[in-house]
Design a protein around this ligand. Structure first.
Ligand SMILES: C[S@@+](CC[C@H](N)C(=O)[O-])C[C@H]1O[C@@H](n2cnc3c(N)ncnc32)[C@H](O)[C@@H]1O
Ligand SMILES: Nc1nc2[nH]cc(C(=O)O)c2c(=O)[nH]1
Ligand code: SF4
Ligand SMILES: [Mg+2]
Length: 211
C-alpha cells in the first residue's frame, strides 16, 4: 500500500517516558477523530488537537508508494555519523490508519526501534517496540495494553480513573495545551501528587522551542 505523510523530521522526543531521546518523527496525514480543518473542530470527536496533519506538504512529506521508499526517507534523517540506537516515532494524525506489517519490517530492517503515538481506537500491527496510547473522550479504546498511556488532562468523560485497570507499564497525565494550559498544568500537578500512580508529562519540545 502507499503512505500519505505530512512531514518527516529529526528532533528530541518531547513527551512521555522517552522524553529527551533523539528520534526521527514521521507524521502521517489524516485522522479518524478530526478532519484537521479548523471549520470542523467544534464538531469533531477530538477538539483540542495541537497539530497540522492535513496534506503531504510539510518538510520531507509526500506520498510514498512502497514501505521501502518510506523507510529510506526516514533513514535519510538519521545522520550516518551518529552512533546507532536508531529510533523512529510514528505519529500523525492517526498513524494506525496507515501503518502495516511491511512498514514495520522495513523500518526494523534498517535498524530502527519503532514507537507509535496513537489515540488507541485502532488495532496496531504486531512488532511495534513502544506503544503510547492517548485516549480521547467519546471514543472506545481498542488497545488495552502497551508501554505508556498518556492522557491529555483534563477531559470530561476521560477521567484518569477510567483507565487505571488497563495493562500499561506507565500512566502519564499531559496538561492540555491551549488557552488554559497554565491552570491545566497546575491541576495535573495536583492530581499526580494525590495519585502517585500517575506521572506528569510535559511537552518539553514546546518549552525548548524545538519541533
Ligand atoms: C497530535 S497527536 C498524534 C497521535 C494520535 N492521533 C494521538 O492522538 O495520540 C500526538 C500527541 O499529542 C497529544 N496532544 C494533542 N493535542 C494536545 C494538546 N492540545 N495538549 C496536549 N497534548 C496534546 C495527543 O494526545 C497525543 O498524545
Ligand atoms: N518533539 C516532539 N515530540 C513529540 N512527541 C509527540 C509528538 C507528536 O506530535 O506526536 C511530538 C512532536 O510533535 N514533537
Ligand atoms: S486523535 Fe490525535 S491527531 Fe487526531 S485530532 Fe486528536 S490529537 Fe489530533
Ligand atoms: Mg506534537
Amino acid at each position: 500500500m502507499s503512505y500519505a505523510v505530512k512531514e518527516i523530521f529529526y528532533t528530541l522526543q518531547g513527551e512521555g517516558r522517552q522524553a529527551g531521546r533523539a528520534a526521527v518523527f514521521c507524521r502521517f496525514a489524516g485522522c479518524n477523530l478530526w478532519s484537521g480543518r479548523e471549520a470542523d473542530r467544534l464538531k469533531a470527536v477530538c477538539q483540542f488537537c495541537d497539530t497540522d496533519f492535513v496534506g503531504t506538504d510539510g518538510d520531507s512529506g509526500g506520498r510514498f508508494a512502497t514501505c521501502d521508499d518510506l523507510a529510506r526517507a526516514v533513514e535519510a534523517k538519521w545522520s550516518p555519523s551518529l552512533a546507532q540506537r536508531r529510533f523512529v516515532v510514528l505519529t500523525g494524525g492517526e498513524p494506525l490508519l496507515q501503518i502495516d506489517p511491511p512498514l514495520i519490517d522495513a523500518l526494523h530492517d534498517k535498524g530502527f526501534e519503532i514507537a507509535v503515538e496513537t489515540n488507541g481506537t485502532l488495532t496496531p500491527p504486531p512488532g511495534i517496540d513502544w506503544v503510547c496510547v492517548s485516549p480521547k473522550s467519546g471514543t472506545e479504546i481498542a488497545i488495552k495494553t502497551g508501554n505508556e498511556l498518556k492522557l491529555v488532562f483534563p477531559q470530561v468523560g476521560a477521567e484518569p480513573q477510567r483507565f487505571e485497570a488497563l495493562a500499561f507499564d506507565h500512566f502519564l497525565l499531559q496538561p492540555m495545551d491551549g488557552p488554559d494550559r497554565a491552570s491545566n498544568t497546575q491541576d495535573a500537578v495536583a492530581y499526580c501528587l494525590a495519585n502517585p500512580r500517575w506521572q506528569l508529562s510535559l511537552q518539553t519540545h514546546k518549552q525548548l522551542g524545538i519541533r
